[in-house]
Ligand binder design. Structure first.
Ligand SMILES: C[S@@+](CC[C@H](N)C(=O)[O-])C[C@H]1O[C@@H](n2cnc3c(N)ncnc32)[C@H](O)[C@@H]1O
Length: 192
């Protein structure tokens, strides 16, 4: 499974937040032009200084992943990093991504998952479920905000079901790869 297609044209970064995923994409693929979409304006504002060095290669758009403000068949590819867990309706969001991709356009999605190896799973849940909220309580005085992350990971679909949902909205060649040590999974699919 190739991780990246170079010279990949116009790419949508869905729920781009403060622009880290857009930054990584443009560093990897200097030929690409990226539309970084997020519905949270303050997050996008923080992306501006980070992306200024790419001089016009990144376009920031405030918009909802559930109702993308783009014409059908506009993008050569789409990515999303650590975003799908946060969306209220995955099927609608995946359908929207599929709609705005050109035929043969790709979708790459990186998500956090609980590792499936038992000792790793235990270490992961201790770190993520206990230590991170405790540190959040001590440092930021807000344990709840730091409980959201482990809870959203625990409640997210298993990779097999996410892949199945991608197929249901029309993606083909759907595959996923667990990245060592299984705390992240990369999903891939194409619009036929
Ligand atoms: C963890 S951040 C992802 C950041 C970025 N992709 C990265 O890797 O740095 C998740 C983002 O999803 C955005 N988000 C959540 N629901 C959304 C929606 N319906 N439409 C657009 N963005 C959304 C949030 O505003 C937040 O910036």
């Amino acid at each position: 499974m190739a991780l990246w297609a170079p010279n990949s044209g116009l790419i949508l970064d869905l729920a781009a937040g403060t622009g880290d995923s857009t930054f990584a994409l443009l560093q990897t693929d200097p030929q690409a032009k990226v539309v970084a979409l997020d519905f949270c304006e303050p997050m996008l504002r923080r992306a501006i200084p980070k992306l200024s060095r790419f001089q016009g290669k990144a376009i920031l758009v405030q918009g909802d992943a559930m109702e993308l403000p783009f014409a059908s068949s506009s993008f050569d590819g789409a990515i999303s990093a650590f975003a799908m867990r946060n969306l209220s309706n995955l099927r609608i969001a995946l359908g929207e991504i599929f709609r705005v991709l050109k035929p043969e356009g790709f979708f790459l999605c990186l998500e956090i998952y609980t590792p499936n190896l038992k000792p790793l799973r235990l270490a992961f849940s201790l770190y993520f479920g206990r230590l991170v909220p405790l540190m959040g309580k001590i440092i930021a005085h807000d344990a709840d905000a730091y409980r959201y992350l482990p809870n959203s990971v625990a409640q997210f679909l298993p990779p097999e079901e996410f892949a199945h949902l991608m197929e249901e909205v029309g993606f083909q060649g759907v595959e996923f790869r667990r990245l060592f040590p299984g705390t992240a999974v990369l999903h891939r699919g194409f619009k036929p």
